[in-house]
Design a protein around this ligand. Structure first.
Ligand SMILES: C[S@@+](CC[C@H](N)C(=O)[O-])C[C@H]1O[C@@H](n2cnc3c(N)ncnc32)[C@H](O)[C@@H]1O
Length: 167
């Protein structure tokens, strides 16, 4: 991971503890490393997104009424999908990352949420995208089940793990 001093401090950790208390080890680690991730994700050419995004986006189903970006991070996938006509709801367990996503996209819809407890009714999304997320969650089975719950019957998911480390 890119090395950059973590400037989030106690305020972010406190906010995190209040919002997603009880979540697991990996979600906590993502919040702790949120500033590093923002620097990484926004550095052109730095990770697989920059090399593989056209191939990934070609796999994403066309826009419907609503698309969920599960594990949206600082929001780069949501922003790309919105530019392509998707009505995106981005969710992530990290308050710092969700705040960064909002700051970078004032018209977007972003929320702090745990992947195993999504704040949406059953079957409301036509598309669920989780780009490089499923290898990073504490509860893979619970997260996939929850994604399936919010996906409409016949809806489609695009959930790759595209890293140079072949996770
Ligand atoms: C490798 S990053 C990918 C972020 C974004 N999808 C991208 O490609 O730029 C993994 C993301 O999964 C999120 N995440 C990890 N565990 C989660 C959970 N249990 N619920 C929601 N998000 C989670 C992290 O906070 C992080 O933003």
């Amino acid at each position: 991971m890119a090395t950059r001093r973590d400037t989030t401090g106690a305020a972010a950790r406190s906010a995190y503890a209040g919002v997603v208390a009880g979540t697991g080890r990996l979600s906590r680690a993502w919040e702790e490393q949120a500033r590093n991730w923002i620097a990484w994700a926004r550095r052109p050419g730095f990770d697989s997104w920059w090399h593989l995004r056209e191939r990934f986006l070609a796999l994403v189903p066309p826009p419907g009424a609503a698309t969920l970006d599960l594990g949206c991070g600082e929001g780069r996938i949501s922003r790309e999908l919105r530019a392509r006509g998707h009505r995106v709801h981005g969710v992530d367990a990290s308050p710092t990352l969700v705040s960064a996503a909002r700051d970078a996209d004032h018209g977007g819809a972003y929320a702090v949420a745990e992947g195993t407890a999504l704040p949406f009714a059953d079957g409301v999304f036509d598309v669920v995208v989780s780009h490089n997320v499923l290898m990073d969650v504490d509860d893979l089975t619970g997260t996939v089940a929850e994604a399936a719950r919010v996906l409409r019957p016949g809806g489609r998911s695009a959930s790759p793990s595209l890293t140079r480390w072949r996770t």
